[in-house]
Design a binder for this molecule. Structure first.
Ligand SMILES: O=C1O[C@H]([C@@H](O)CO)C(O)=C1O
Length: 550
């Protein structure tokens, strides 16, 4: 049964903005960053007519968490599912939002996501169907981190010798607003204005006694975050479009690419306002905390709370983060039971490496680079020669590799080869974290899968044991998600059904890490993909619509 059409017309362009009081070039949609929120009901068709008004830069937009069943060509992943949208061109995305929940969209070409090209997708239940929890109001916020350097400077540093690391972000944004300290030494006068209204703190106004569903999404470039509202507990009820068996937290850990819904009751002293705070975890960061105002009506929305903002958990408290991950289970009555066994297990060792002097990230010592001709078109039209044909490895040297130490041999190889999955098979992915090239250092990586939700089967510390660890999998009520983190020196096991014909990226959602090769691509059921729209073509070997056969 067909839903409504939700039609959007967007123009993407550069503009000067001061989201954290510091003026810089941002990429906006219809003049805004975050971009407009897509509001739809389950089974509606979303149509976005996207005009690229960047003068010299390509764009593509990924609809994060939307599975694109039957429309794999509209996943918006440059190099995987489409050619980039050229400056001056208009591209029409058209897809069905088949499940209620909280999703995202963002640029998926180069690194422009972190210049502001992102927003939310909210999919409501159809009329007459109710949620398994109740609330008075429904609100949403996007959490982000923010750099002052352009994405060009950052990307160039990452691919240079010597390596130029992007470093810690200058500020944290809550729904597009942050506050950089304009009296920081070295800041050019005129570039930073602490009284610019663009950077006044974001205000969430609440009526005393009411319960709010707050949808919280993270689109950080780098940072793992903790979010809390001073003096208020939060009950977690949804993540990535799936209902969670409710549990109460004081602070929520959230990784780039994840969404959560929490319930918050405005049940504290109503004569004052409270701080909403984000702070960086998992990195020993210098970035100041992000602040917003949780405003009890009718107090003035700009009145600062009378208290010092809470500091949040310490950056290296891995146990608390792991505890939250372990607490997340599918809600009773809404459990999608996982297949009890899998057909294939792929272990993915996450390492930092060096190739010809370049710093890279790798999976099983293979560092990913995108081909210029998108896989979807190449496979459908049998242009086999446009990417490497040797399949990437399903594992690493389990016996000899020590995940706790700096690798004795850091050299890796480049590849743009893909994992080809048997259609309808059940696949297990074990994300195995390890030490980076720095001593005593392992980072958190949030991994995002396109085109599917997966079951989160388990999380653990140390080296995954093929024999004993699968015994601890949650085969009863695992949550389904599209993004999951692997903690430092830990492992995360996920399971999915390769049942969506197409070609799908799976990658670390840290912008710089994907840019540096931390990703893979899966193909399944390519013979079941329908005729491709010519609008996705025009680059590499697809140019001019005439296909060169090898
Ligand atoms: O990719 C990265 O590079 C730096 C650092 O490892 C460079 O030494 C860092 O923190 C990353 O996440």
């Amino acid at each position: 049964e067909g839903g409504k059409i939700r039609h959007y017309r967007w123009e993407v362009k550069y503009e000067y903005k001061s989201p954290d009081c510091y003026k810089k070039l941002v990429i906006s949609i219809n003049g805004r960053t975050p971009g407009p929120t897509i509001e739809a009901e389950q089974n509606d068709t979303v149509v976005v007519e996207l005009k690229n008004s960047l003068l010299t830069e390509n764009v593509a937009i990924h609809w994060h968490g939307i599975r694109q069943i039957g429309t794999p060509w509209f996943d918006g992943t440059e190099g995987v599912t489409q050619c980039p949208i050229l400056p001056g061109d208009t591209f029409v995305y058209k897809f069905v939002v088949d499940r209620p929940g909280t999703y995202l969209y963002h640029a998926h070409y180069g690194m422009p996501r972190e210049a502001g090209l992102y927003g939310l997708i909210r999919v409501a239940l159809p009329p007459g169907v109710s949620e398994p929890f109740s609330y008075d109001y429904d609100r949403s916020i996007i959490l982000n981190d923010w750099y002052h350097k352009s994405t060009y400077e950052q990307a160039t540093g990452l691919s240079s010798i010597p390596f130029g690391w992007v470093g810690e972000p200058q500020s944290l944004l809550i729904h597009g607003k942050g506050s950089f300290n304009c009296s920081t030494p070295g800041i050019q006068s005129g570039l930073c204005n602490a009284t610019n209204p663009e950077c006044s703190p974001y205000v969430l106004t609440v009526v005393p006694g009411k319960t709010y569903r707050l949808r919280i999404a993270s689109l950080t470039a780098l940072s793992a975050l903790s979010f809390q509202i001073e003096g208020h507990n939060m009950t977690v009820v949804e993540t990535d479009g799936h209902y969670v068996e409710p549990f109460v937290v004081k602070n929520l850990f959230i990784y780039s690419g994840e969404t959560y819904s929490v319930l918050i009751t405005a049940d504290q002293d109503p004569s004052r306002n409270y701080w909403a705070v984000t702070n960086v975890v998992s990195r020993n960061s210098t970035t100041p905390n992000g602040l917003a105002i949780f405003n009890y009506y009718p107090n003035h929305p700009k009145r600062s709370p009378p208290t010092v903002p809470p500091a949040g958990p310490v950056w290296n408290d891995v146990d608390s983060r792991l505890a939250q991950s372990l607490a997340i289970r599918a809600r009773q009555g809404y459990i999608h039971p996982p297949p009890q066994t899998s057909d294939r297990v792929i272990v993915m060792l996450n390492t930092q490496n060096r190739i010809n002097g370049h710093v890279r990230w790798s999976v099983n010592n293979v560092s990913f680079n995108l081909p210029h001709t998108p896989y979807l078109i190449a496979l459908k039209h049998k242009l086999g020669h446009v990417f490497d044909q040797t399949p990437p490895p399903d594992g690493y040297d389990f016996v000899n590799y020590d995940i706790f130490i700096q690798q004795p041999n850091v050299n890796a190889t480049f590849s743009n080869s893909i994992y080809r999955l048997a259609f309808n098979s059940t696949v297990d992915i074990i994300l195995q974290n390890a030490n980076t090239m720095n001593p005593n250092n392992s980072e958190t990586h949030p991994w995002h899968l396109h085109g599917h939700d997966f079951w989160v089967m388990g999380h653990g510390e140390g080296k995954f044991d093929m024999y004993s660890d699968p015994q601890k999998y949650n085969l009863v009520d695992p949550i389904m998600k599209n993004t999951v983190a692997v903690q430092p020196y830990g492992w995360t096991a996920m399971r999915f059904r390769a049942d969506n014909p197409g070609v799908w990226a799976f990658h670390c959602h840290i912008e710089s890490h994907f840019y540096m090769g931390m990703g893979v691509v899966f193909e399944e059921g390519i013979d079941k993909v329908g005729e491709l729209p010519t609008s996705i073509m025009g680059c590499g070997d697809t140019r001019g619509g005439t296909f060169h056969k090898p």
